[in-house]
Every structure is written in structure tokens, then in C-alpha cells.
Design a protein. Sequence first.
Length: 333
Amino acid sequence: MKLLKLSFLSILILFCGCTAIKRNKIKIPPKPLWIADLSNTPYGSGKYFSRVVKITSKQPTDESMLDAEKYARNLLIENIMEESDEPVPNGDTFLSLEKELPMLDIREYFYDQEASALYILVAFNKSNLKEYLLTKLHDAQELVQNSIVLAEGFKKEKDYTKAIISYLEALSVLDYSATKKYLYQKIENDSSSDGITAAQIEAEIQTIILNIRIDIVSGNNQRAIIDRPLNEPIKLLVYFSYDGLKSPLKNFPIKVNLLTANAVVQGVLSTDENGFIEFSVTKVFNTQHASNIIEVLLDFEQFIGDTKKLIPVKTNVIYEISSQDQPERDTHG
């Protein structure tokens, strides 16, 4: 009898255990309502900019979840930016926005094991995002105004190097904040433009650089021998010219481009205190060109990424490749 009771109890425990296991296997959490609701809802409805993104994924890790969140966040920013017929500015990229925008106000995750899909909900509170952007744009305008005040002061002192650099710094700040301004205007639904514009700063820079000259002092029109250096270094003078007066452009970075030349160039690529720059061609390689041209120009890219609207200030240094027994030309001028 005791043996019968024990066997019955064992069967009962086993049955209950199997039922529990079976129930655990089929217990799958339902999809959150936000997956269906927000997937069919405009991203800008209500108080939030929101976006639901579905990513095919194996069992996510903390690292992959973070990457997925960044991806969803950038898609949300693109949604906001692209809700217009106007072109998106070429200022700071989505990458810089990713680094600088505040943390998301809402983030939710759901992993569907059967479909191997990760669902991510990301959302910005419109008021919080607007306040953040307004603060950043105010700070940018202050930096721009301070740089312009400095530039104007340097221009009066005839320190044209510092004047150009200060104007370029102001232009760089405007370029960098262009996307933030665009994003703010999208939230406000206002395309009006207040404050100093890039066009105004570019006009001020042009008034200076139109009067800058680069003269070749020596080293031009040399004859070169393949695999040998040029006999004489190349020396140039960079200066601001106005009303017949020359004011040296001090300590300004210079860029050298090998247009048709193929050579090794060495030297400090910046003007000195007197506006001079000197560099050497330490090795010449063969080319198919009669005139081998080295372009020398002011390097505005040291201060700003987009220089397309700035007039380049440049000159060309030329040398010709000849056989070893040919005489040297006059290299001055």
C-alpha cells in the first residue's frame, strides 16, 4: 500500500513538472503596443519626435543594443531634417549631431526571438530638443560675434594673418552649427534667418584676400635632373598689398600641390615673421610634362573645411627636366 501511494505521488509530481515545463516553453511575451501603434503614426505627432526601427538580429548584446539605438536615433534625426523641400545644409554631419544632441527622452526595446528581430523605440521631447538647440545656437552666435570683433581689430592694426584667421574661425562656427539651426527651424516651422550670416563673413574675408599676393623671390625656372634635388631652394614672399604698400602676411600656413610635377618637397610650410617661405625640392622624378608645375597657395583648410567660396591665393613654381650636361637657367624671378 505504501509502495502504491509513493508511486502515485511520483507520477503526480512528474506530471506537474512536465506541465510547468510545457507552459514555460510556450510562454512568449506579447509585442508591446508601441510597435504597432507608433509604426503607423507620424514621427512628429504629439509632444515627441518618435521612430520605431526593426533590425534583424541574433540575441542582442549590450554593445549591439547601443549600436542599434544610435542607428535608430540617426534615422529619427534624418526624419526631422528631411521633412522639407529645402536642401539640408552641408554643415555638421549627423555624426556630430549624434555626439552633441541630448540623450533620448524615451528608449524602449523588444526582442522577438521567433522572428530574430529587435524593435527599438526612440523619441525626443520636442520642447527639450528645442531648448537644447536654442542654447547651442545662442552660444554659437556669441562665438561668431567675438571672433568678428577680434578680426576687425586685427584688420585696423594691419595684422592680416590674425584678421583672416579670426574671420575663418567665425565662419567655421557658423558652418558647424548650420545643421543645428536647420533642425531648430524645422521644429519651429520657421525658415527666417537671424544674426550674422556666412555670406557676410565671406565678404569680409574676400576684401582682405583679394589684396594678398605671392611673389617668387628665387628658385623658379630651374632645370632638374631625375633622382636629383633642385640646385636652389624655392623662396617666396606673401604680403598684403594696398595703395602701393606691402604688409607681410606673417606665420600663415602654406599648401604645396604637385600639379604636373612629381617630386619630394621639404620645408616649413608657413610664412615667417617677414612673410617669407622657403622650401626645397630634394628629389625629382621623371614625368611626361615639359613644364613641371608646383602650385603654392594659402592653406585656408587649416581653419575651415569648406573653402569653395573663398578665392584661392596662389602662384606656380616651374622647373624643367633636362639631361645632366645641359646648362642651368637663371633661377631668379
